[in-house]
Design a protein around this ligand. Structure first.
Ligand code: GLU
Length: 306
């Protein structure tokens, strides 16, 4: 069926180092989904953390994407330059009466009183919700109240997903005490303003989707379609991360052609039946989301990556 609305996808890398295979896989899937339907791709540098990110890394990221054959149609402003835009949306939440200052210290937040979830995160118990006397001389973080309501959506890869923000997250920080806006707010505003209709990214961000859906609703943006792609696991079962220098693109670019790399990744993910070189463009011709399973992808020890 022809999409009535044009698909707008995005790459949203954090320029804090070289891409590893997991980042490449998520970027490849975002690209395939959009290009196989003649949509548009937006690139955005997520550099809110100015200590860890740099323009040099951003330049290398662009070059790596080009080397892979993953092109984009426009690049939007990096997050580090958009705090005035975020201020406007923050003011909107404030006008709705949904924000309150939170003075909790890190140790208070991690204390035994806060209910911890199985994934190691904690539920904010609302300590500062109705604070009568704020402590003097400390700058607060700002939280948005979340309703006791279940958010449901159908993920193109993971299937049906539901989360109640009140019981599994608690009121969310939108601006930190040092004035920096948090990822959830920035991403919602940036995707919304860029007209993004489809968010493809790693499975580790699945529980962020309902947080962003809540903010989309408050700030007046449509919900995009979500596809959270599986994590890639090394042969010993550990998750690939930026620390695995041997699998970052700096090393892989010297050892492999882009077609060999994409072919091996596509084969490991079950997108093609044989481990053989293929370009992203060729792969787009036969891409459908049904081909991708939701569970983690093992890169086996004999694969071309080692
Ligand atoms: N900037 C995030 C990352 O590099 C991705 C965020 C997103 O796709 O929403 O992992």
């Amino acid at each position: 069926m022809e999409d009535r609305k044009k698909t707008v996808g995005r790459f949203a890398p954090t320029p804090s180092g070289r891409m590893h295979l997991g980042n490449v896989f998520a970027a490849l899937m975002a690209w395939l989904s959009v290009r196989s339907r003649g949509g548009e791709l937006v690139l955005r540098m997520e550099d809110l953390d100015t200590q860890r990110t740099s323009e040099d890394f951003a330049a290398v990221l662009r070059s790596d994407l080009q080397w892979l054959g993953l092109d984009w149609d426009r690049e939007t402003e990096p997050q580090s330059r958009r705090s005035e835009v975020y201020d406007r949306y923050f003011a909107k939440l404030e006008e709705m009466g949904l924000l309150y200052p939170c003075y909790c210290t890190r140790s208070q937040l991690h204390s035994v009183n806060a209910p911890h979830l199985s994934d190691g995160t904690y539920v904010y118990p609302g300590t500062c919700r109705d604070l009568k006397e704020p402590p003097a001389g400390r700058k607060p973080a700002w939280r948005v109240r979340v309703p006791d309501r279940v958010w449901r959506f159908h993920d193109l890869v993971q299937g049906d997903y539901a989360l109640n923000l009140a019981t599994e997250c608690g009121d969310m920080v939108v601006r930190r005490a040092d004035g920096v806006y948090v990822y959830q707010l920035a991403v919602t505003v940036d995707d919304g303003e860029a007209g993004v209709t489809e968010v493809v990214r790693g499975m580790d961000l699945l529980s962020s989707a309902p947080r962003q859906m809540y903010l989309q609703e408050l700030l007046g943006f449509d919900h995009p379609t979500y596809a959270h792609v599986p994590m890639l696991l090394a042969p010993d079962g550990r998750r690939l991360s930026k620390r695995d220098r041997d699998l970052d693109l700096g090393v892989l670019r010297q050892r492999m052609t882009p077609e060999a790399l994409i072919g091996s990744l596509a084969f490991a993910a079950g997108l093609i039946g044989k481990n053989e070189p293929i370009s992203a463009r060729e792969l787009a011709g036969e891409f459908t989301w049904e081909k991708l399973r939701g569970d983690a992808i093992y890169l086996d020890g004999d694969s071309s990556f080692w």
